[in-house]
Design a protein around this ligand. Structure first.
Ligand code: 5GP
Length: 204
């Protein structure tokens, strides 16, 4: 039996560019990750294809999938359901392949509970880093705006707690490189490698 693949979860605050980074990552020829296509009740956007971008479905069918325990996680986001079909994830991990999820934060928390051994990557907005600088140096923001920004930043920082790695999305290509480096490092973890060698020696 082959070693199980890694479950990689990319998540982060709304509007940080998760979809853009994921698409850029999967457009690379050397990528050896398997994207888990989500199910959603939102209407397809121009150019989106059923079975490639999402499995588009109705609310009734989605709710039936919840009742039948066919979803690893699901969330309602801006009035639509989004969820990860569990069968694909299980089957692909079982085959020793790495599965990649790009999902919003509520869903990521559910996956963390079900798969604590997964690799959880938080995509952070560069604004989080620039925040203090901008506020201090410009001095032109209203107090209300500063407070709103600080509140949003604080919430984003709290969200990070459930993740193993934080990748700043300052530039899409850089974010992709960092994600690839994290996945490579995870495959080199002593626990994983030692297990493989132990199995090899058992066979001999
Ligand atoms: P969009 O409608 O722009 O394609 O996606 C909206 C949000 O839903 C994004 O933050 C995206 O990451 C998230 N999303 C996509 N698929 C899933 C999923 O299967 N589960 C959860 N929880 N969120 C998802």
């Amino acid at each position: 039996m082959s070693e199980r693949g890694l479950l990689i979860v990319l998540s982060g605050p709304s509007g940080v560019g998760k979809g853009t980074v994921r698409k850029a990552l999967f457009s690379q020829a050397d990528i050896n990750l398997h994207y888990s296509i989500s199910v959603t009740t939102r209407k397809p956007r121009e150019g989106e294809v059923d079975g490639i971008d999402y499995f588009f479905t109705t609310r009734e069918e989605f709710e039936q999938m919840i009742r039948d325990h066919k979803l690893l996680e699901w969330a309602e986001y801006v009035g639509n359901y989004y969820g990860t079909p569990i069968d694909y994830v299980e089957k692909t991990l079982q085959e020793g392949k790495d599965v990649f999820l790009e999902i919003e934060v509520q869903g990521a928390l559910q996956v963390r509970k079900a798969f604590p051994e997964g690799l959880f990557i938080f995509l952070a907005p560069p604004s989080l880093n620039e925040l203090k600088n901008r506020i201090v140096t410009r001095g032109t923001e209203t107090e209300e705006l500063i407070n709103d920004r600080m509140k949003a930043a604080r919430e984003e920082l709290e969200m990070m707690d459930a993740y193993d790695y934080v990748v700043e999305n300052d530039r899409v290509e850089l974010a992709c490189e960092r994600i690839k480096a994290i996945v490579t490092a995870e495959h080199c973890k002593r626990e994983r490698v030692a297990q493989r060698y132990k199995k090899m020696l058992e066979v001999e």
